[in-house]
Design a protein around this ligand. Sequence first.
Ligand SMILES: *Cc1c(COP(=O)(O)O)cnc(C)c1O
Length: 488
Amino acid sequence: MHRNSEHAPSPLGIKSKAFRQIGHWLVDQIADHFEQLPEKRLNHGDTPGKVREALGGGALPEQGEDAGEIIRRAYTLLMNHSLLDGHPRFWGYIIGSGTQIGALADLLAATVNPNVGSWILAPMASEIEAQTVRWIAGWIGYPADCGGILVSGGAMANYVGFLAARRVKAPWNIREQGLRAGTGQLKVYCSTETHTWIQKATDAFGFGTDAIAWIPVDQNLKMDVDSLDAQIKSDKASGDIPFMVIGTAGTVSTGVVDDLDELSRLCKRHDLWFHVDGAYGAPAAHLEENAELFKGLTEADSVALDPHKWFYSPQEAGCVLVRERSHLLDTFSYRPPYYHFDDYGDDPGINYYEYGLQNSRGFRALKVWMGLLQAGRAGLEEMIRHDIEMAQLLYQIVDEAGDFEAFQTSLSITTFRYKPMHIDDDEELNALNEKLLVAVQNGGKAFISNAVSDGKFLLRACFVNFRTRRDDIVMLPEILRETARYLA
Ligand SMILES: *Cc1c(COP(=O)(O)O)cnc(C)c1O
């Protein structure tokens, strides 16, 4: 008889009967959780101290514990002390609501445990990732034969685009010689509304944040293309080496889409890499009513987008697409002698370790692939449209209410503030709205975040949540008023 876990359980083995019991228990709990989500308190507003106390501060135990007990304890700890961002009234930051199929996908992915760094270690997982990348590219109208890879999120996807730009546009062999061989400062151009990833990228990859030319925005918060053009020209004249322009398709604060068409033409004129940060907004480019808004997106040399935002996938799942597949290989590939991965002749599979920064890689594609398949094209369109409608509905409601002031709605983000009749002073309103935000977040009935525009502290709701219904939107002003009364 062969050795199996029934007979010789190791410290990390679980006997089959016990595994079934625990597993079924957990799946039942999870089913209840999703069913009861709308009635649950979405945040407990605990202090870090309180959460630590609940967890307990003990050392790693000498003797291992029962797996079933551990799972029950983890379930209780997490459910009692987590922010439930899948709740129908979670509209903070830009966080996809997660899916039931994604939860099951992660269970299956961990079971197979493929290392999606190389094809032979993960044959089907690699092909599923490649198909997922093709589907995502097709969704935004990008060439299906582009290069692409799933990464941990939007920031990481942007870093990959940044590194490809650096590799392709630096006028010397930057992979071998690094920045020190440069004859001038390499410069990257983006608007002042750009997400903070660009600071991390220029810093961490050795350029320094001085490599960023921050371009002002116009009154619609889009990058001012004339200023951009002038800045590039004057930088060139003073010996800098412009290499990259970043357009944003859905800014993190207000959901504004830069004039991508203008930017792509400017990049062609100046021979610059055109990267689009579509971490949030790119999935909305698919809707026919948005064709004009996103025009030029498909001209980008690289695009970052985030399945864990507007494809609703559980964390973590980002995706970067690079128009010329070879540019990714040229940026990342090394082939050490101890990797023997190339035995398939004319029909090779993708070894993903050559396409990005990671070596060993998990199977994050599965939850994305399953989610796309479950919804289908029609389902995705319906959900993204619904999110945009919810943002517009909220705008309309706060605009019509006497005690709120509506600011902007773009894609699925709406900004506004509470403005009771008797207060007119901006400073007073800022203090009030800031207090209100914290109190609402801790209250657990709804979760929104904030934006700051023109010195005004604004409340901000972002809808990437297919569980939200119209009633949830109608409730928000009431929840805010009630919280304001409580604060007063
Ligand atoms: C969210 C976001 C990012 C960062 O993405 P992560 O998934 O949080 O790493 C970058 N840019 C924009 C425009 C974003 O909305």
